[in-house]
Unconditional design. Structure first.
Lengths: 204, 221
């Protein structure tokens, strides 16, 4: 389990343009932080930098577990999960095939995947090809894989966008449980999250 | 290892379904073999002389056909992000992809190669060597093609770039394989060409995953 994420003096540039610099953020077990800012301010880039997919110009992202600091590569391979705009679900495969693969790939179990599918009311949809799902159903499938994977840091990019009111409330409960169990959430949002969060302004 | 197995199964399912899977490559292969005699004239002895070489060359082209989008789909739909956050490094992901590609299209093509060569009138005795060359060469083509596909990630004319990158890399195995086949049919010493082909194949498998991993990381950045 991760206990702390330490972001220090982080600066990110895309091409020639510097999005932000000198960003400090510490996230501890059980905390959620909401990244706010205008479009193009660098919220998604920050999430990708924490996930190690994007190299920052300056600054560091460090991770600590119960036993002390751990390698960033280990943390990224075992302890964090990213849900971006694109969910990586293959449209030609069935919902269950994709949920099963993505869950097992990130260290979860088949039982976990089934439980998560039930939670997000996906049982009737599991035999359908992903292309036949609506935007909201696809997002629920992506959230199910998030819940099914035993990873403590969730990096979420606009997680609520395509969900209806009922599903938003359900996901709020899931997030609250994740935090209560010592998880961490770093999310870019335009609407407030349904859990207590700290707001972090990006590119102000 | 468990993660690698899970990934390989998924890649196999995807390679089998991607753009017609083995059927597309096999059909393309059949087209070349059927059209060639029409273009080159009907003299059977001339066809028989070039048959093993043609069967071998068409194989390289058919392999190239399905390799172009090996990484691109995963890159476009965000699956590559997820693969990058898994328990195996991107180098291992690249190996799984190339291996699955070879199993799904390369090996059916290798089995079709003797049929094609027979249709063109090649001698029966060359068939075992042709299958062996096709299997080893197909493995080299899959890894080198994967390298081209990874390097072309995110560029606008990716397909063109893949062809340009891959062309010089495909040349040595084509030469080695064709050399071994020609020498064998002519009754000359042929093992040198085969060993060079096998060595090239081993080199491609050992080195190209490193480049593919780096290219994918670069494309995600």
């Amino acid at each position: 389990m991760l206990r702390v994420v330490l972001i220090k003096e982080l600066a990110i540039a895309r091409g020639e343009r510097r999005l932000f610099s000198g960003l400090d953020l510490t996230l501890e077990a059980g905390q959620a932080a909401a990244l706010v800012g205008r479009n193009g301010a660098g919220k998604t880039s920050l999430l990708r930098a924490v996930a190690g997919l994007l190299r920052p110009v300056e600054g560091t992202v460090a991770f600590e577990s119960e036993t002390g600091p751990i390698e960033a590569d280990t943390a990224r391979a075992e302890h964090l999960h990213l849900l971006g705009h694109q969910d990586g679900l293959k449209s030609s495969r069935t919902a269950w095939e994709e949920l099963r693969f993505q869950t097992l790939w990130t260290g979860g179990t088949e039982d976990g995947a089934r439980g998560a599918a039930k939670r997000f009311d996906l049982n009737r949809l599991l035999d359908l090809e992903v292309r036949r799902l609506s935007a909201g159903q696809r997002r629920r499938l992506a959230l199910a894989r998030l819940v099914a994977s035993p990873r403590s840091l969730w990096l979420l990019d606009e997680p609520m966008a395509p969900l209806d009111a009922g599903q938003r409330a359900a996901f709020g409960t899931v997030m609250a449980e994740h935090l209560a169990a010592g998880g961490m959430i770093l999310a870019s949002v335009h609407d407030p999250l349904p859990v207590p969060t700290r707001s972090v302004e990006i590119g102000a | 290892m468990r993660a690698f197995g899970i990934l390989l199964r998924r890649e196999l399912a995807l390679a089998w379904g991607r753009g017609g899977g083995p059927l597309l490559a096999l059909t393309f292969y059949a087209c070349v073999v059927v059209l060639l005699p029409m273009a080159s004239g009907r003299a059977p002895e001339r066809l028989a002389a070039i048959a093993p070489g043609i069967a071998w060359l068409a194989l390289a082209l058919a392999a190239l056909l399905s390799l172009e989008r090996l990484f691109e789909r995963d890159y476009e739909d965000g699956a590559l992000d997820l693969l990058a956050l898994g328990p195996a490094p991107l180098e291992a992901v690249a190996v799984a992809k190339c291996l699955a590609q070879w199993l799904a299209t390369g090996s059916p093509l290798a089995l079709a190669a003797p049929v094609a060569a027979l249709m063109l009138g090649a001698d029966l005795k060359v068939m075992p060597l042709l299958v062996l060359c096709a299997l080893a060469g197909g493995l080299a083509f899959a890894f080198l093609g994967g390298l081209g596909a990874a390097l072309a990630l995110g560029s606008k004319r990716g397909g063109l770039l893949v062809a340009v990158i891959v062309l010089p890399l495909f040349a040595p195995p084509v030469i080695f394989g064709a050399g071994a086949l020609d020498a064998y049919s002519a009754g000359l010493p042929w093992t040198g060409g085969l060993f060079l082909l096998l060595a090239y194949c081993v080199g491609a498998i050992a080195l190209s995953p490193l480049a593919m991993g780096a290219a994918c990381r670069n494309a995600l950045d």
